[in-house]
Design a protein around this ligand. Structure first.
Ligand SMILES: C=C(O[C@H]1C=CC=C(C(=O)O)[C@@H]1O)C(=O)O
Length: 391
């Protein structure tokens, strides 16, 4: 065992840089409306991919791509797991020192965009054309909604102080699930502030999920905060969110679960945005449905908040028109069987860093009443909400 002297002091910033360099699968996350960050690392550097079963999975972290039925979710086992405080305790440092070399101190620099890439005007035009064609399809068929998305490579990353950036993101998005995911097999880092629970199973066996949709800025044109209670919603947005609710209720119908509690829809703040949100809660113990979360995860993903309705038709339209691989964007991520709790979130409001290039992702629900121009603006404000990490 390597002894760790004062000269080898291990800070969280140093740990992150060392783990990225040494290609370990690890994550840092912070639950919604809390301040504590957690660090979780798997000592096994081989990929572990498996279908997610809440009853069988060891304590860990799930990282599922959008197409998780074809490309199975990664499971990061929680070999090292701790709450991040000012000082990493000596026992943890000792455990980490068994496989990481802390001798050198890398210099740290704040994250920034060192080279901006210009978005070509064709990108916007192509997007508008594609959304117009989706609107035409929706007018003429039984498909109700398609969540069309785009990726945007914005520039080259400078700096390496990821933890300060996460703390900054956390302040901007207090109610989001803040996450940093090192995906060593793809040489990618993903960072995000997700406002959307996919499946939560709490220690008492309560299952919950949300129907989130409809988007508007949370500040008015003069820069004043709009209280959520004053948010006004158009018919298009109300219907768009109702479709997500209907989708969830249909999933529950398939498994004959009627004992659910529905709350909402109400307006909720997500960083610089406001959404409409309904919550669905079920006591899996009282209805004697032990594996409810696993069954619902299978049925729910991808929900009508990131894919569309009906699901199959929406997927086909996306396959034809989206023209890029969503990878982890709009997949699901989160801790599983950690402190008796499992909480998976939809991976939206996220960015990817690969070969030092930063890519932002955003999408929006298109219905027959959509205006392509407004949808474009919506994808821009959603990207702005995650881009805030560099401000
Ligand atoms: C697909 C995204 O957001 C979803 C969640 C909330 C509101 C949405 C909307 O208004 O379209 C989307 O369904 C995204 O942020 O990339």
């Amino acid at each position: 065992m390597i002894s760790v002297g004062v000269e080898h002091k291990v800070t969280i910033e140093k740990l992150i840089v060392k783990c990225v360099e040494a290609a370990y699968p690890f994550v840092i996350f912070r639950y919604p409306n809390t301040e504590t960050f957690y660090f979780l690392l798997s000592k096994n550097r081989e990929t572990v991919k498996q279908k997610i079963d809440f009853e069988e999975c060891p304590a860990g972290f799930v990282v599922a791509p959008f197409h998780s039925t074809v490309d199975l979710p990664y499971l990061y086992a929680a070999d090292i797991f701790f709450e991040i405080t000012d000082k990493i305790d000596s026992e943890t440092v000792e455990k980490l020192s068994e496989f990481l070399d802390f001798k050198e101190n890398p210099p740290y620099e704040k994250l920034y965009i060192k080279e901006n890439f210009e978005e070509k005007p064709e990108v916007r035009n192509t997007y508008l054309e594609k959304v117009s064609s989706i609107v035409e399809i929706l007018k003429g068929t039984t498909t109700n909604k398609v969540v069309f998305s785009r990726s945007n490579k914005i520039g080259k990353l400078g700096g390496n102080d990821y933890f300060s950036a996460l703390k900054h993101l956390s302040q901007k998005h207090p109610s989001a699930f803040i996450n940093f995911i090192n995906l060593p097999w793809k040489n990618q880092i993903w960072i995000g502030a997700s406002p959307e629970t996919l499946v939560h199973q709490n220690p008492e066996g309560k299952f919950s999920t949300v129907a989130l949709a409809g988007t508007q800025p949370s500040v008015d044109s003069e820069g004043n905060e709009i209280p959520t209670a004053n948010a006004l919603w158009s018919q298009k947005e109300i219907e768009e969110q109702a479709l997500v609710s209907r989708y969830i209720i249909n999933c529950l119908k398939k498994i004959r679960v009627r004992e659910y509690e529905e709350k909402g829809p109400r307006s909720v703040k997500a960083g610089n945005l406001i959404h409409l949100c309904s919550t669905y809660t079920i006591d899996s113990k009282s209805i004697n449905f032990q594996n409810l979360s696993s069954v619902m995860l299978d049925l729910l993903h991808p929900t009508s908040a990131v894919c569309g309705m009906p699901k199959q038709e929406a997927l086909e339209i996306l396959d034809q028109l989206e023209g890029y691989d969503r990878e982890l964007y709009s997949g699901y991520i989160g801790p599983i069987n950690i402190q008796n709790d499992s909480h998976l979130f939809v991976n939206i409001r996220s960015l990817k860093i690969e070969n030092d290039e930063i890519t932002l992702f955003s999408g929006g629900g298109i219905t027959a009443d959509s205006s392509p121009e407004k949808e474009w603006i919506e994808t821009e404000i959603k990207q702005k909400s995650i881009r805030a990490i560099f401000e």
